[in-house]
Design a binder for this molecule. Structure first.
Ligand SMILES: Cc1ncc(COP(=O)(O)O)c(C=O)c1O
Length: 402
């Protein structure tokens, strides 16, 4: 096979020159941001959307607008992005790590009730890789104990639970529009909520933030186009592919992996407004979101059809629709599998999610979460993006089977 299959392709705005022209020569006002927020609110079906500069900042703003006391407790899955407990801790709150289900890889809702104490204020379920959590159960527990539910939708833009878009089921939702997400605005995020009062408090906070400079935005644009260039299969096959073959998959995985150090405060470059420039890209992205998600779903279903009986894959729940940010499989001997796959022309990567309850930053809040520990060692992402075609998927399946 001459043409190799990269682990990811990223979506960038189509007209590079038009974008640069807009950045430097257009009048910048809040109109585009308002339009983006309205369109996203219409899409998710919530009253308020507040665009932010990242998923992290979105969570930070929610937590810091709820009048919580120091060391109040937030129940979250142990298997998630390290940025989530980091934001909780930098808000002087206590993360209460809860183990996940081996099947869905989401928080095990049967374990939540036992974690509730007099200090608990929120449940923060992550819809991991796009698969919605068992929200009915979670909402019932929250109602019983009078807790807020904050949905982490960073992986799940377009996913549905019981016919409702995630981000509209709990009290709050937050999204990430980073590179490689369903919507990419070169970094960015959004808060969704029907709570007008808290939405207003968050808007007041954001008004005080600086806009990103043109230089900051330009850096993001170049980064996106460089990644896009090197992940075109024809370019990938003769550049990154031989590099990965020689130096191993980890060299690339580590470049993009999140830092696992403790964040005392949010990094200053993270505390920014969402720019009108990003909003213009975002509006275009929303208009093609469903089409691109449908391609992802079609590709994921093809994998499932061929792999379900031979390998452990992330399960989907009835009454849910996953927008499949990643296609996760669980394998023993992960390093060997990744190595064999790359030798056969398929670039895969291990998970970026961690068992956060066993990280150094969580020393004071450790919990035994054996399923998260096991899953974090076993998950591989198979290539999954709208541009992937049927014959490439069948090729990946063949390599995996062999
Ligand atoms: C599950 C999860 N939550 C939150 C975030 C934070 O989003 P952002 O990178 O936009 O800050 C990420 C990042 O990818 C994530 O994977």
């Amino acid at each position: 096979m001459l043409r190799k299959i990269p682990r990811t392709r990223i979506s960038t705005p189509s007209n590079f020159l038009e974008i640069i022209k807009h950045l430097f020569f257009s009048v910048h006002n809040d109109e585009a941001v308002n339009e983006f927020e309205e369109k996203f609110a219409e899409y998710i079906k919530v009253k308020n959307v507040i665009a932010t500069s990242s998923g992290k900042l979105s969570l930070y703003l929610i937590l810091n607008s709820l009048n919580l006391d120091k060391n109040d407790e937030i129940i979250l899955p142990a298997y998630t992005s390290v940025s989530v407990p980091n934001v909780i801790m930098s808000s002087n709150l206590t993360p209460v790590f809860t183990d996940i289900s081996h099947k869905t890889l989401n928080i095990n809702e049967n374990l939540i009730g036992n974690k509730v104490t007099i200090k608990t204020r929120c449940i923060l379920p992550t819809h991991i890789y796009g698969q919605p959590c068992e929200m009915n159960r979670i909402m019932k527990i929250a109602k019983k104990h009078n807790l807020y539910v904050i949905e982490d939708c960073a992986h799940a833009c377009g996913s549905e639970y019981n016919g409702k878009k995630v981000g509209s089921v709990g009290d709050f939702g937050f999204f990430s529009f980073g590179f490689g997400k369903h919507i990419s605005t070169l970094g960015g995020g959004a808060i969704t909520t029907n709570n007008d009062y808290v939405a207003e408090q968050i808007r007041k906070k954001i008004k005080k933030f600086k806009k990103p400079s043109n230089f900051e935005l330009l850096k993001k644009i170049f980064r996106a186009y460089i990644i896009k260039f090197f992940t075109y299969p024809d370019v990938f096959s003769f550049t990154l592919y031989p590099f990965i073959l020689f130096f191993g998959s980890e060299t690339i995985t580590k470049i993009f992996e999140e830092n696992t150090r403790l964040m005392k405060n949010l990094p200053s470059n993270c505390v920014r407004k969402f720019s009108d420039f990003q909003a213009i890209i975002g509006v275009k992205e929303i208009s093609r979101l469903d089409d691109r998600n449908n391609e992802r779903i079609k590709n994921a279903e093809l994998y499932t059809k061929h792999l379900k009986s031979i390998i452990n894959i992330q399960d989907t729940l009835p009454r849910t629709k996953s927008a499949y940010l990643n296609y996760a499989i669980l394998v023993d001997y992960r390093k060997d599998v990744i190595k064999k796959m790359i030798k056969n022309g398929v670039d895969t990567q291990r998970t970026w999610m961690k068992n956060c309850s066993s990280l150094e930053i969580s020393n004071n809040f450790k919990n035994d979460c054996p399923v998260s520990e096991e899953v974090a060692k076993k998950v591989i992402y198979l290539p999954l993006y709208p541009e992937l075609n049927k014959s490439e998927i069948l090729k990946i399946v063949d390599v995996l089977k062999s």
